[in-house]
Ligand binder design. Structure first.
Ligand SMILES: Cc1cc2nc3c(=O)[nH]c(=O)nc-3n(C[C@H](O)[C@H](O)[C@H](O)COP(=O)(O)OP(=O)(O)OC[C@H]3O[C@@H](n4cnc5c(N)ncnc54)[C@H](O)[C@@H]3O)c2cc1C
Length: 408
């Protein structure tokens, strides 16, 4: 098809939840009518939701990644392992160290950069806190946590920086540490503290979901995890976090989720991204600025649901990202073949939080308020469901198994 010039060139920047799902959905929707290229900084897909398990030492690091080359080449999707350094929008070309890649359609699925620099001393690279946004970070956190937990006593402080938008893992880790210490009958020797920019527990950057905030607040109280909400962490010194109100949180181990910001690639075209580096889109997920450019997942700009005393970002979860990827692929197929487009912004969301010895499930439809339907439950079954989902998802990326969400 490419030889007779009919196949459309589609380039996707990013090879994670957004990029891989978009590539698979495009191949299904367009078959030989598309020449698909994924430009990915990473040669592997990482199942991020399993990184808290790695940190607790409950999952081998080599079990949470899938090398992208074979699964993509089986679907005749070209993988360019490298960084997209800039976008030449007037020539419709993505610029990389391996050359320029022309496109008829571009999908930006490049997530975000981690803004450790916003808080002096934050982050594992030369800073004083750990993090969980790559396998290396998780392994570093695992080793440091194991050392801290082997001491006679200790203070574990988990938190999120102002503006953070992926706070879920920061909830899971103290709950998991609590479960581990209780199992070892050493919980009484450790102080667990949770610092969050959210105005209340269970806000998650989406204004909370039904009565879930009460459920999760009861759970933290039950487990004696000390909570500070509307926490504005301003500095991470060696062994203590400093808050804007002058209070301090001393620690023997600390992990803090940073805020996100867009990288140089999305900033290389004037007006493509907002000042934080996120891409404003229409309901079709098309760039508000460029007609043949779509964006999905973390890269998309979504305004906060309302003001909060300390900024909290809207999470673009893995589940939302996958749905956006399928919606963008569908809408590009409609650009090419015709047909009715779908709304890629008003989507339902499902979250499952692993509490170490139980789990917490909620679904919200749509994800952002006001909503038509919410469900929330606690139970060991939901933890098992998340563990099963991990196996399914890694197999899904390996073999392009059908998506569990029904729609496009
Ligand atoms: C510890 C942790 C736990 C989580 N748990 C859950 C959960 O339980 N449930 C859930 O739904 N979600 C969860 N999430 C969120 C989920 O992982 C994200 O929503 C998802 O990863 C977003 O996918 P994305 O493709 O938009 O961005 P990303 O996953 O950030 O991927 C972007 C990719 O693009 C690459 N890239 C960036 N810039 C360039 C460039 N210029 N050139 C080439 N490549 C580039 C990056 O290296 C990266 O591989 C979790 C996240 C973390 C970190």
């Amino acid at each position: 098809m490419a030889a007779n010039g009919k196949a459309k060139k589609i380039v996707i920047v990013g090879g994670s939840f957004g990029g891989v799902n978009a590539a698979y959905a495009l191949r299904r929707a367009l078959g030989a009518r598309a020449e698909i290229t994924v430009v990915s900084r990473e040669p592997t897909f990482t199942f991020f939701p399993a990184l808290p398990l790695v940190i607790l030492g409950w999952r081998e690091p080599n079990r949470v990644q899938v090398a992208l080359d074979k699964p993509l080449s089986r679907r005749r999707i070209r993988l360019v392992h490298g960084e997209a350094t800039a976008l030449d929008a007037s020539a419709s070309e993505v610029i990389t160290a391996h050359g320029r890649f022309g496109y008829d359609f571009l999908i930006i699925a490049s997530g975000a950069e981690l803004d450790y620099a916003a808080v002096p001393g934050l982050g594992p690279a030369g800073g004083n806190t750990h993090s969980t946004f790559s396998l290396d970070e998780a392994v570093g956190a695992r080793d440091a946590l194991a050392r801290a937990l082997s001491a006679e006593r200790g203070r574990i402080v988990i938190g999120a920086a102002p503006g953070a938008s992926c706070i879920g893992p920061a909830y899971e880790i103290p709950l998991m540490v609590d479960a581990l210490l209780r199992k070892r009958r050493r919980r009484h020797r450790f102080n667990l503290r949770f610092l969050t920019p959210e105005p209340f527990l269970g806000h998650f950057g989406i204004g909370g979901v039904g009565k879930f905030p009460r459920l999760i607040a009861d759970e933290f109280a039950e487990r004696d995890i000390e909570v500070t909400t509307s926490a504005r962490i301003v500095e991470a010194q060696a062994g203590r976090l400093v808050l804007a109100d002058g209070t301090q949180a001393p620690f023997d181990f600390s992990l803090v989720i940073p805020a996100f910001q867009g990288g140089p690639f999305v900033r290389s075209v004037d007006g493509l991204a907002n000042p934080r580096g996120f891409v404003p889109v229409t309901s079709e997920l098309k760039s508000a600025r460029l007609d043949n450019v779509y964006a999905v997942g973390v890269a998309v700009a979504i305004a906060p649901v309302g003001p909060t005393p300390v900024p909290v970002g809207v999470p673009k979860t893995g589940h939302l990202t996958e749905q956006m990827a399928c919606a963008a692929a569908h809408n590009i197929a409609c650009d090419i073949k015709g047909g009715p487009k779908v709304d890629g912004l008003t989507l339902p969301g499902i979250c499952i939080m692993d509490g170490g010895n139980t789990g917490y499930y909620f679904s919200a439809e749509p994800f952002l308020p006001p909503r038509n339907r919410v469900v929330h439950k606690k139970g060991k079954w939901s933890r098992q469901l998340k563990l099963l989902f991990e196996k399914y998802y890694l197999a899904r990326i390996r073999y392009d198994l059908p998506s569990l969400h029904f729609g496009w």
